[in-house]
Every structure is written in C-alpha cells, then in structure tokens.
Design a binder for this molecule. Structure first.
Ligand SMILES: Cc1cc2nc3c(=O)[nH]c(=O)nc-3n(C[C@H](O)[C@H](O)[C@H](O)COP(=O)(O)O)c2cc1C
Length: 172
C-alpha cells in the first residue's frame, strides 16, 4: 500500500477475524515502533507482545471502559516505560509513545492488519500479567488483528473536523 493510502485507511479496528498474524508481520510492526523518533533519541519504550488467548482475555481487563477488543485480538502490543522522573519527562514520554504508536499502526495498515488503542487503568494487573519490573508503567495497549468487519481501504469521508477549520496558513 502507498503511504498516503495507509494514512487514509487506518482506523480503529475493534473486531478481529479469527486469524493469526504471521510472526514476520508482527516483527515488522514492532520494528516500526522501535524506529520511531524520540526526544534526544532516548527510546523510552519496551514492547511486550501477547498472543495467548487466555492472557489476552485477562489483559483486556486492565481497562474495563475501552479495552474489551484486546480479548479478541490476534496479538496485542503492550507499550511499557520506566516511570518518568518529572513532569517534563512525562510530556516527552507521551509524545514519543504517540509517535511509536502511529508508526506501528500505519505499518499494520500497510499489511492489511487492523489496530486499536486501549488505555491502561489497572497497573497492578498489567504488571502481574506482563511481568515488567517495578518502577515501570504500561502506558497503552495496541490490539492487532485482521478486520472482521471490512477490509482497510482509504476512507473517503473520515470523521474529522474540516480541513479549513484545522489548517491556518501563515497565521491563525
Ligand atoms: C491516546 C488515545 C487513547 C485511546 N484509548 C482508547 C481506548 O482506551 N479504547 C478504545 O477503544 N479506543 C481508544 N482510542 C481510539 C480513539 O477513540 C480513536 O482513535 C478516535 O475515536 C478516532 O477514531 P479512528 O482511530 O478510527 O480514526 C484511543 C486513542 C488515543 C489517541
């Protein structure tokens, strides 16, 4: 897929076909995250990949409000970071994780694989399941799987504010 097509085709996919994702495709998605830019190139991320169904079901419970799709994903990437030292580092951390997320989601789209964010509420449950060390946080989950609803195609009318309302040329 062309990059421009992948940008327009990505959407949150929360219903997944019962089809595994090939290891090479998962590795490409993870590598896209690893290659993302970060402040001072500090690369604050660790990724824990979960594919076991029973563990995915348990993982989905860390965010009861919006994490149900994780239970049905073919694989989920848990994005883990050391707790930031201060507010400035926290801001940078979230910016950098956003960039890694976008890289991974676009790469998944390019492969025809759907992706869907989930926040993380219960850090204790996340740590118990994922086994990351004390002093670390699981910031987000990205559920992955082939879409069960419809294939990923460029969206003609995305649910977005109009271009001319968002974009200011030269000056607001
Ligand atoms: C920081 C962030 C957190 C999000 N958390 C959740 C979540 O917990 N559960 C969920 O279903 N979607 C979550 N989303 C997905 C957004 O709701 C979604 O991206 C937005 O509605 C736009 O839809 P689209 O991604 O299909 O274009 C999150 C997105 C972002 C950027």
């Amino acid at each position: 897929m062309e990059t421009w097509d992948a940008v327009r085709a990505r959407r949150n996919v929360r219903q997944y076909a019962d089809e595994p994702i090939a290891r090479a495709d998962l590795e490409r998605i993870l590598d896209a995250g690893r290659r993302a830019p970060s402040a001072g190139n500090w690369q604050p991320w660790d990724f824990v990949v979960v594919t076991d169904r029973a563990r995915l079901v348990e993982l989905s419970k860390v965010w009861a409000r919006g994490g149900r799709h994780i239970a049905h994903s073919a694989a989920t990437i848990a994005m883990v970071a050391a707790e930031p030292e201060d507010a400035r580092r926290r801001e940078l951390l979230y910016y950098d994780f956003g960039q890694a997320t976008a890289n991974m989601m676009l790469t998944a789209t390019d492969l025809g694989i759907g992706s869907g964010h989930s926040s993380v509420g219960d850090q204790e449950q996340a740590q118990r399941l994922l086994g990351f060390p004390d002093g670390y946080l699981c910031l987000f989950l990205i559920g992955l799987g082939y879409p069960a609803d419809r294939p990923l195609r460029p969206l003609v009318k995305p649910d977005r504010r109009p271009f001319d309302e968002v974009v200011h040329w030269d000056r607001w």
